[in-house]
Write a protein that binds this ligand. Structure first.
Ligand code: PLP
Length: 377
């Protein structure tokens, strides 16, 4: 049973199987000049347009990359200039943004990290204080992969652009697209990162939406695919799957949201009735797809292995940035070391069922009780 869907999801085979069959006749290089190659290129462009439409983009472009990690690197390093003055990045970012920002800092750039509040969202008043007319670049994620916390991007963009109308605002939307409403035009962002394998597509396929006004330089050089912004032959099959799963996820966003909310609430109800002690790091306003929960007096890693032995896969949050700390994001949310130690990340998909939730709850309670008994706590 799989409850680590924030890390990856199962490919939607209904969509994939048809595309694989089709690929046998359409495996050609989209850069080739002969007609079959041109046909593949046409399909690639249709996929691009379909994703842009589903992102709510009425203008701008979409650059396909080899992952969202690469798209985030492209957003950050592709806009970095010698004279970039100040960069703001939230403390809640995925390592692909956070560690890129640390790298910029180590190169001498003025990078400042925007703190989080206890609920895992960016502290808006701290952001307002840090934001000044010197800030050239901001990166704040839409939905946290760690807790499901949803940032008010519209408000943050408004604050940023009011202070410096020329600021470039990037948003990592990997955990948002297809799960909550995404409309890049309405959000007002300049760049937006997405990933295929979080919404039933293939691993190794990501993309960066780039608004018209943004001047971007490549970070990978070669055959000048993707308008010269990302060289390397595109993964056409993966991209076609990406566009189909994006369309399906956006079309079914409300239905799946309701289903997943019910699953999450069912799990919480069963845990509450079990009498075991825990605190939630995910709030009711968060995306229901991610549940961050800390079990009292438990070592989550042990719980994770105990569940694994029972055939249940859950996450234990993102890797930490320093060896000393257990979880950078929960730390930024003010959680204690003990709370961090007991933290599991349970993340859902459209494929999870109510029956699975009942088994998960039963086994989880059993694991926690056994753990506490075996450690005399
Ligand atoms: N950003 C967020 C918020 C994520 O959750 C992830 C994956 O965990 C990534 C970026 C990186 O995605 P990819 O695996 O496509 O590089």
């Amino acid at each position: 049973m799989f409850f680590d869907n924030a890390s990856t999801t199962k490919i939607d085979l209904d969509i994939f199987d048809a595309l694989v069959k089709d690929n046998d006749q359409k495996f050609y290089n989209p850069g080739a000049l002969y007609s079959f190659g041109r046909d593949v290129k046409k399909e690639l462009e249709l996929s691009r347009q379909k994703i842009l439409r589903n992102l709510g983009a009425t203008s701008g472009k979409l650059i396909f990359t080899g992952s969202a990690t690469e798209a985030n690197n492209l957003a950050l390093f592709g806009t970095l200039k010698k004279n970039t003055r100040k960069i703001l990045v939230s403390q809640g970012e995925h390592p692909s943004v956070y560690n890129s920002a640390l790298e910029m800092k180590s190169r001498g750039y003025n990078v400042q990290f925007v703190p989080l509040t206890r609920d895992g969202t960016v502290d808006v008043s701290a952001f307002e204080d840090l934001m000044d007319e010197q800030v050239d670049f901001v990166s704040i994620m839409h939905v946290s992969n760690e807790t499901g916390a949803v940032n008010d991007i519209v408000k943050l963009v408004e604050i940023a652009k009011n202070i410096n109308p020329k600021v470039v605002f990037h948003c990592d939307g990997v955990q948002a697209l297809g799960k909550i409403k995404v409309d890049v035009d309405a959000l007002g962002v300049d760049m937006y990162t997405i990933s295929a394998h979080k919404i039933y597509g293939m691993k190794g396929v990501g993309a960066l939406y780039v608004a018209n006004n943004i001047r971007l330089k490549p970070i990978i050089y070669g055959g000048e695919q993707e308008e010269g912004l990302r060289s390397g032959t595109e993964n056409v099959l993966g991209i076609k799957l990406f566009s189909a799963v994006v369309e399906s996820a956006v079309r079914n966003q409300k239905v799946n949201y309701e289903k997943v909310t019910e699953l999450k609430n069912r799990l919480l109800e069963l845990l509450e009735n079990s009498g075991i002690e825990y605190i939630l790091n995910s709030y009711a306003t968060n995306s229901p797809y991610v549940l961050s929960i800390s079990f009292k007096n438990c070592r989550a890693e042990t719980l994770l292995y105990m569940l694994d032995d029972m055939g249940i896969m859950v996450g234990n949050g993102s890797a930490c940035s320093s060896k000393k700390s257990g979880n950078r994001i929960l730390e930024a949310m003010g959680r204690t070391n003990k709370e961090i130690e007991g933290n599991l990340r349970i993340s859902f998909s459209k494929y999870n069922t109510r029956e699975e939730i009942d088994v998960l709850a039963e086994k989880l309670v059993l694991c926690v009780k056994n753990y506490l008994k075996n450690t005399n706590r």
